[in-house]
Design a protein around this ligand. Structure first.
Ligand code: ADP
Ligand code: ZN
Length: 740
């Protein structure tokens, strides 16, 4: 069998999927072709399959380096559930256990063996490696080799040493979700990967809904979020251990089923509470950022940040733990003004790493402050939050995603023009020689010795904002900085300067608006676009899954993901053949669990007298498109719209508030197939959509744009005829999705 058939065969037989997700196939092909490969993809994109499928095809064994015991345990269990032979080696095992695994491995018992980097260069493992046919060395969470990342692990640097010691060189595949160029460079150089194939996938996670709320009462806001996600799992991240304890205790007092996790607890307590969450015994985890790495739990429906995290890297990583199964999920920051100070304090007083010199330490401090600032911007901007995130990671996107708190327009604004004028003139009067704190003191009319001695109390701007809170002034300043009206110098003690542009404000030529409070969204419920008509069946399937999980002492999501259960409800499989068509069902899972689920479906069908199954067996896409088609007549077109805007208009006309992205994906899929659109790689190697060969017939045109760094990209628009064209084509689009 050739590689092509083989990889698709394995995808279905072992993993239960019929199509690859973006990037998976390219990576698998590169690895199978013997090329060292680095895959950079966001959490939940499906990195594991990228090395697991080649590992199954290769003749020899694959060594997977993984940083955490819990992570490797989870992955190995999932592999075994899929009928794949794998094992792990780590410090939780006895000498005899390790010997046994290595013995089995040397006889070709496993296709994959997971190992911590610390074990890699140990005598036993080295000995084993010298005498075994190793086809591939895989490095998971590869950003751990980089000092620039947040998870630097010195032992990761020994991987290169291990590789060099091998008598022949297996192909290397490395994976991470960290996208910055620094980290990428570090991975390639430290592993000495020559001419690697680097795949960077788009960083968007379209099933995640982002928002920032600024509630007066954070706890009340939190309980609202939990209530509207009743019965679902979620993580609540807090900035300090103390906050974790407080929030945890209040949740418990109020009758919620919560667990907690932070570094101040004993190992046993932490482990128990982590298990409570993973095994669905408790549905809310309150934790510091110590919790999460290595948690593969796929059915997390919301991630709330009770305190703003310290940078966008941490935020996207932590928020990304929601919705790994592809189901809709929300990521919310409960932003409070003291969060900035808390993070500044942590940066200034954090643990001292004695291994670095003063100069580097200062560099890192400055970098952290800068990152913190960009995190604050995220909490105060009025534009699309998704766009801000993607841009931060170097990706261009539309101005409007239709699925974040700002695109929903769920906020209130304040006119800050006058206050901005006061701040800018104060900076100018103080001769652009002072930093944030001094300027705030002057504006608030501080009587401090320093201000008086400097004679700053003589300025005309002295005390002109004495009725305003320090945090508010700071926020306006940050907004001005974000908008490019003021900036901090790059000195050791940064001073505030004004830019040329600030004149617009002083002259009153420009009005400035800043986001203030975020309205609560409890009336908006995330609706699952797969349209759970079969809610009762879903509950029953979940119950069966829970029982199996308890019996097997395995987390429920390792048995089947929520996405698989949803698909069972959509397809109603009545026999083994139909059950195999369910997403996530491979041969092994059919054999192990098929009968229980098939029986439940058949019961459900007979109890509910479901006879005509053609409707029910329709795919989620077709159903979504039918709804759109029904609403098409009511949609008002615009002179010019992006596809997302059009889809938002359609969804609104259909009376729904979610599902925009999914509809967009369906429509663009069809447009691509008909050459109205085409795909190409942009300057970053990210696949983007462009107007296709037949674009004119479909009223599609594009506009060329230039980014800040001179990079060129294109925005695709639909004119009025184009929007009509799509609205009139739903019959064709539905036919298309019925047959793929
Ligand atoms: P990552 O390691 O990138 O965070 P995982 O490898 O854990 O992501 O995959 C996330 C989820 O996506 C898993 O539940 C996995 O089974 C599922 N998945 C991966 N590839 C596919 C695919 N081609 N089709 C459908 N689901 C997939
Ligand atoms: Zn948005």
């Amino acid at each position: 069998m050739n590689n092509y058939n083989q990889k698709y065969g394995i995808l279905k037989e072992y993993f239960g999927y019929t199509t690859f997700r973006g990037g998976q196939e390219q990576i698998i092909d590169a690895v199978l072709g013997g090329r060292n490969t680095l895959g950079i993809m966001p959490t939940g994109a499906g990195k594991s399959i990228c090395f697991q499928i080649p590992a199954l095809i290769f003749k020899g064994i694959t060594i997977v380096v993984s940083p955490l015991i819990s992570l490797m345990k989870d992955q190995v269990e999932a592999l075994i559930q899929n009928g794949i032979k794998a094992a792990y080696i780590n410090s939780s095992m006895s000498y005899a256990q390790i010997q046994k695994v290595l013995y089995n491995a040397s006889y070709g018992m496993y296709k994959m063996i997971y190992v911590t980097p610390e074990r890699l260069c140990g005598d036993e493992f080295m000995n084993f490696s010298m005498n075994t046919d190793i086809s591939m060395l895989t490095i998971d969470e590869a950003h751990c080799v980089s000092q620039w990342g947040n998870d630097f692990r010195p032992s990761y640097l020994r991987i290169a040493e291990y590789y060099k010691a091998l008598p022949y060189k297996p192909v290397i595949s490395a994976f991470t979700a960290t996208a910055t160029d620094e980290v990428k460079g570090d991975i390639i150089s430290s592993l000495e990967m020559k001419d690697p194939f680097v795949f960077t996938s788009g960083f968007d996670r379209s099933n995640l809904y982002f928002s920032v709320e600024k509630p007066d009462d954070k706890f009340a806001a939190l309980t609202n979020i939990i209530k509207r996600n009743a019965g679902k799992c979620g993580i609540v991240y807090c900035g300090t251990r103390k906050n974790v304890d407080e929030v945890y205790e209040r949740l418990c007092e109020n009758g919620f089923s919560a667990a907690r996790y932070h570094a101040g607890m004993t190992d046993d307590d932490r482990k128990n509470s982590q298990n409570d969450f993973i095994y669905d015994r408790k549905n809310i985890m309150v934790a510091t950022n110590a919790f999460g790495m290595g948690i593969d739990k796929s059915n997390v429906s919301f991630v709330v940040h009770y305190n703003m995290p310290k940078d966008m890297e941490s935020y996207y990583q932590e928020a990304g733990r929601a919705g790994r199964d592809g189901e809709p999920a929300e990521c919310i920051i409960l932003y409070g003004k003291s969060d900035v100070r808390l993070n500044q304090y942590i940066i200034e007083n954090g643990e001292r790493n004695e291994e670095i010199d003063d100069f580097t330490r200062e560099e890192i401090r400055r970098r952290d402050m800068d990152r913190l600032k960009k995190m604050t911007f995220y909490c105060t901007i009025t534009g699309c939050l998704r766009r801000y995130i993607l841009k931060y990671f170097g990706e261009e996107s539309e101005n409007y995603c239709g699925s974040c708190g700002n695109c929903d327009g769920n906020y209130e604004t304040a006119d800050i023009t006058v206050d901005s004028q006061k701040i800018i003139s104060c900076i100018i009067r103080a001769k652009q020689r002072f930093g944030v704190n001094v300027i705030i003191s002057v504006l608030r009319g501080s009587r401090s010795e320093r201000i008086i001695n400097l004679g700053l109390d003589k300025l005309t701007t002295y005390g002109i904002m004495k009725d305003k809170h320090t945090d508010y002034i700071r926020e306006v300043m940050e907004h001005l900085e974000y908008k490019g009206y003021i900036f901090s110098s790059k000195d050791k003690y940064p001073v505030l300067k004004v830019s040329e542009k600030s004149r617009e404000i002083l002259k009153g030529e420009k009005t400035l608006i800043m986001k203030t409070v975020h309205k609560e969204r409890d009336e908006i419920k995330p609706v699952n676009i797969t349209n759970r008509e079969h809610d009762r069946l879903y509950d029953e399937l979940r119950r069966i899954r829970t029982n199996i999980a308890l019996e097997q002492r395995m987390p429920a999501y390792i048995i089947f993901s929520d996405a698989s259960l949803s698909d069972m409800c959509a397809r109603l499989p009545r026999n083994e053949k139909e059950f195999l068509e369910v997403s996530g069902v491979g041969e092994r899972k059919l054999e192990l669990y098929g009968k229980y689920f098939i029986e439940a479906v058949n019961n459900y069908i007979s109890v509910n007298n479901i006879s005509d199954r053609t409707e029910e067996s329709e795919s989620a896409e077709v159903r979504l498109l039918r709804e759109a088609a029904e609403a098409a007549g009511k949609v008002k077109t615009e002179e010019k719209a992006t596809i997302t805007q059009l889809c938002r208009n359609i969804t609104e006309a259909a009376g729904k508030d979610r599902g925009i992205n999914k509809l967009r994906d369906c429509i663009t899929g069809w447009l691509l197939n008909n050459e109205y659109l085409r795909e190409e790689k942009n300057y970053r190697g990210v696949t983007v959509k462009r107007a296709g060969r037949l674009c004119e017939q479909a009223g599609i045109f594009e506009e060329k744009r230039e980014g800040a760094a001179g990079q060129i990209y294109y925005n695709v628009y639909y004119n009025e005829a184009g929007q009509r064209f799509i609205l009139d084509s739903f019959d064709l689009i539905i036919e298309y999705y019925k047959h793929i």
